[in-house]
Design a protein around this ligand. Structure first.
Ligand code: TPP
Length: 616
C-alpha cells in the first residue's frame, strides 16, 4: 500500500476516497490484530475522519478527539502512515492523541468528556487574539453522558463561541449507551418517518411561494413542540448551538457539504453524525463491545479468536460480587460505563434491578453510592484507578466524612500496559491515604481478593478501597483470615523484612531466595492493608530486622512505603527502610512489567539494593 497524505485527500475523487477508506480499514484491522487496540470505534469513524481532513486544515484548524481512542485514521493520515504498525508499543505511536508525538495532535486525551472544554479554551484564544482557523471537536454519544461535557455545552452555548462540535452517534458507549439522553437519541434515530415527512412537507410548501412560507412558519411552531417532546435537535438548540443533522457518517460527500456549511456559521454548531461502530469488519460490527478495546486476535477458518489470558483479578471481582449479591439482597453494583472491563456483566444479568450503569459519570456514581450506603444498602463501586481521579471530591465530601460503607473495587491499579500516561492507575494510594476514615487494601492473589471483598461487605467503618492490577490473578493460597489492619507473615526470617503490598508475592520470594545464597534470611510479609496498616507487626520488624524493604506499585511520594518510613521515624528507630515504588512520573506507552522495572521494582534491583544497603 502506498503512503497517502493530506494532499492526496484534498485532490482525490469519490472513488479514490472510497479506496482510501478500504486501505485505512485494512491497516487498522491488521495492526490491532497484532497488538490489540480500540478497534470498533476507529472503524466507525474512518469516513468521518477523511471528510474532516478534506474539509479542514489540521494544522491551521484545531481538530480535537474526545477520549481520543478513535483517532487512528487521523494519525495515519496526519503524517504517521509509515509508523502506524508500531501502535501502542514502546517508542511507537500512542493509542491516544498526544501533541508531543505530532503537531497534528492538538491536545492530550484519554479520559472522556474533556474535549469540549479544551476546545472552548482554544476558541477563546482564537477570538481574543484574532487568530484565524476553526475549532472542531469530535465526541461520542457515550462521552456526552459525562458531566464535564454538559458543563461545556452550557458554557460554550452561553458564550456563543465559534466552534464546530461533531456528535458521533453510534448508539454505543463501550457497551449499549445508557441514560435518558441515549434513549432520546435512539428515538430520534428510529423516527425516520418524521424526517421524511419533514423534508417533503418543507419541499411542497416552498413550491407555494409566500403563502407557503407563512404556512411553513406556522408549521415550525407546531413542529418545535413535537421536536421538544422527541428530539435532541431541540436540546442542543436550547443550549445555544446551531443544529445540523442528522448526517450519514459513512457518506463523505454529505459530511463535507455539512462541514462547509458549518464553516460559515460564526457561532457554536453541532453536527449530529450517525455512524456504525465496527463498520466494515463484520466481527466487530456484530460484537462491537468485544472489539471496543480488543486484545490481539487471529482469523482462522472464518472465526475470530482473541488472545485473552487466564482468570484475572477483574473476573474474581465479578464472580465474588455475584456470590455476595446472592447471599445479601442489600448488595448493589455500580459502574461508570465499564461493566465489561470490570467483569460486572454477569452481575448485571442476574440482578438487573440492583445494577447501575451510570454512563461515563464517575462523580454521579460515587455520590449516588454514598446515598445508597447512607440508607442501608451495600454498594460495590467498580472503577478503574485512573477514572477514580474524577470522583476525588465525591469520595471525600460524600463518602468519607459520614463514613459511608461503600466498597470500591479499584481495577487497573498501578502500572498499566499499552495505554500510556493518561491511563495509569498509580495515584490512588497517595491520594487516598491522607483521607480520614478510609480503608485501603490490596490482594496478592485470587483467593485473597475474594476474601477481602467478602470481609469488606460486612464492614461499616467507612469507604473501603480494594485495589488490584489488570493482571491474571495468582492462584496461590494464604490461610490467614482477613482481619482489619493485619498483615500476613508468609515466611519467617531473622535478618531483613520484605513487606509487599499487592501482587508481589512471587517477586518477594525470588528476592528472598537470592538473599539466602548470601546467607541473609528474609522475612516476607504480605501487608494486605495500606491503611490502616499493621503497626504492631511493622514495629516488631523494625526492632528485630537489620533492614525493612517495602514494595508497592503506586507513586513513591505519599505512598504506602512513605507511611512506613514516617512510622519508623516516629518511634525513633534507626532501622533503614528501602522503598520500592513507582517514580513520580507519567510513564509513556509500554508494558506494565517495563514500567515497574524502570522504577526499580525488579528482583535484581531489589536484591542488589538490599545488599548494598546492608554493606554500607
Ligand atoms: C472518565 C472516563 N471514564 C471511562 C472511560 C472509558 N471509556 C473509553 S471510551 C468509552 C466509551 C466512549 O463512548 P463514545 O464517546 O460514544 O465513543 P465510541 O467508543 O462509541 O466511539 C469509555 C467509557 C474514559 N475514557 N474516561
Amino acid at each position: 500500500m502506498q503512503t497517502k497524505d493530506l494532499n492526496f485527500i484534498k485532490t482525490a475523487n469519490d472513488q479514490q476516497l472510497k479506496q482510501l477508506c478500504i486501505e485505512l480499514r485494512n491497516m487498522i484491522i491488521n495492526t490491532v490484530s497484532l497488538h490489540g487496540g480500540h478497534l470498533s470505534s476507529n472503524l466507525g469513524v474512518i469516513e468521518l475522519t477523511v471528510a474532516l481532513l478534506k474539509s479542514f486544515d489540521p494544522i491551521k484548524d484545531d481538530i480535537l478527539f474526545d477520549v481520543g481512542h478513535q483517532s487512528y485514521a487521523y494519525k495515519i493520515l496526519c503524517d504517521r502512515w509509515d509508523q502506524f504498525s508500531s501502535l501502542r508499543q514502546e517508542n511507537g505511536i500512542s493509542g491516544f492523541p498526544d501533541p508531543r508525538e505530532s503537531p497534528y495532535d492538538k491536545f492530550i486525551s484519554g479520559h472522556s468528556s474533556t474535549s469540549l472544554a479544551v476546545a472552548s479554551g482554544f476558541a477563546i484564544q482564537k477570538k481574543l487574539e484574532n487568530v484565524p482557523g476553526h475549532t472542531i471537536v469530535i465526541f461520542g454519544d457515550g462521552s456526552i453522558t459525562g458531566g464535564e461535557a454538559f458543563e461545556s455545552l452550557n458554557n460554550i452555548g452561553h458564550q456563543q463561541l465559534p466552534l464546530i462540535a461533531i456528535l458521533n452517534d453510534n448508539e454505543m458507549s463501550i457497551s449499549q449507551n445508557v441514560g435518558a439522553m441515549a434513549k432520546s437519541f435512539s428515538r430520534f434515530r428510529s423516527s425516520q418517518t418524521y424526517h421524511k415527512l419533514r423534508t417533503s412537507y418543507k419541499y411542497h410548501l416552498r413550491q407555494w411561494g409566500s403563502f407557503g412560507s407563512f404556512l411553513e412558519k406556522l408549521g415550525e411552531k407546531a413542529k418545535s413542540m413535537v421536536k421538544q417532546a422527541l428530539f435532541p435537535e431541540m436540546f442542543f438548540e436550547e443550549f445555544g448551538f446551531f443544529y445540523i443533522g442528522p448526517v450519514d457518517g459513512h457518506n463523505i460527500s454529505e459530511m463535507c457539504e455539512m462541514f462547509q456549511r458549518a464553516k460559515t456559521i460564526n457561532k457554536p454548531v453541532l453536527i449530529h453524525v450517525y455512524t456504525r461502530k465496527g463498520k466494515g469488519f463484520h466481527y466487530a460490527e456484530n460484537n462491537p463491545v468485544l472489539f471496543h478495546s480488543s486484545p490481539s486476535f487471529i482469523i482462522e477458518n472464518k472465526c475470530c479468536k482473541t488472545n485473552a489470558g487466564n482468570e484475572t483479578f477483574s473476573q474474581i471481582f465479578g464472580k465474588t460480587l455475584l456470590e455476595l449479591a446472592q447471599e445479601n439482597h442489600k448488595v448493589v453494583g455500580l459502574t461508570a460505563a465499564m461493566s465489561e472491563g470490570l467483569s460486572m456483566c454477569e452481575f448485571s444479568r442476574h440482578f438487573p434491578d440492583r445494577f447501575f450503569d451510570c454512563g461515563i459519570a464517575e462523580q454521579h456514581m460515587v455520590s449516588s453510592a454514598s446515598g445508597m450506603a447512607h440508607k442501608g444498602l451495600r454498594p460495590f463501586v467498580g472503577i478503574y484507578a485512573t477514572f477514580l481521579q474524577r470522583a476525588y471530591d465525591q469520595i471525600i465530601h460524600d463518602c468519607s466524612i459520614l463514613q459511608e460503607p461503600v466498597v470500591f473495587a479499584v481495577d487497573r491499579a498501578g502500572a498499566v500496559s499499552d495505554d500510556g500516561p493518561t491511563h495509569q492507575g498509580i495515584f490512588d494510594l497517595c491520594s487516598l491515604i491522607p483521607i480520614p476514615n478510609t480503608i485501603l487494601m490490596a490482594p496478592s492473589n485470587a483467593d485473597e481478593l475474594s476474601k477481602m471483598l467478602k470481609w469488606a461487605s460486612i464492614q461499616d467503618k467507612g469507604p473501603l478501597f480494594i485495589r488490584y492490577p489488570k493482571e491474571c490473578a495468582p492462584q496461590d493460597f494464604d490461610p490467614h483470615p482477613i482481619e482489619l489492619a493485619k498483615a500476613s507473615i508468609l515466611k519467617e526470617g531473622k535478618d531483613i523484612s520484605l513487606i509487599f503490598l499487592g501482587p508481589f508475592r512471587e517477586l518477594s520470594f525470588q528476592v528472598s531466595e537470592m538473599l539466602l545464597k548470601q546467607n541473609i534470611h528474609a522475612q516476607i510479609i504480605n501487608a494486605r492493608f495500606a491503611k490502616p496498616f499493621d503497626q504492631e507487626l511493622i514495629l516488631r520488624c523494625a526492632q528485630d530486622s537489620r533492614l525493612l524493604a517495602t514494595i508497592e506499585d503506586g507513586v513513591i511520594e505519599g505512598g504506602f512505603g512513605h507511611l512506613i518510613n514516617t512510622f519508623v521515624t516516629k518511634y525513633k528507630l534507626k532501622t533503614p527502610v528501602l522503598n520500592f515504588a513507582l517514580a513520580s512520573q507519567f510513564p509513556t506507552t509500554m508494558k506494565r512489567q517495563k514500567i515497574l522495572e524502570l522504577s526499580g521494582i525488579s528482583v535484581d534491583n531489589i536484591y542488589q539494593s538490599i545488599l548494598k544497603k546492608l554493606e554500607s
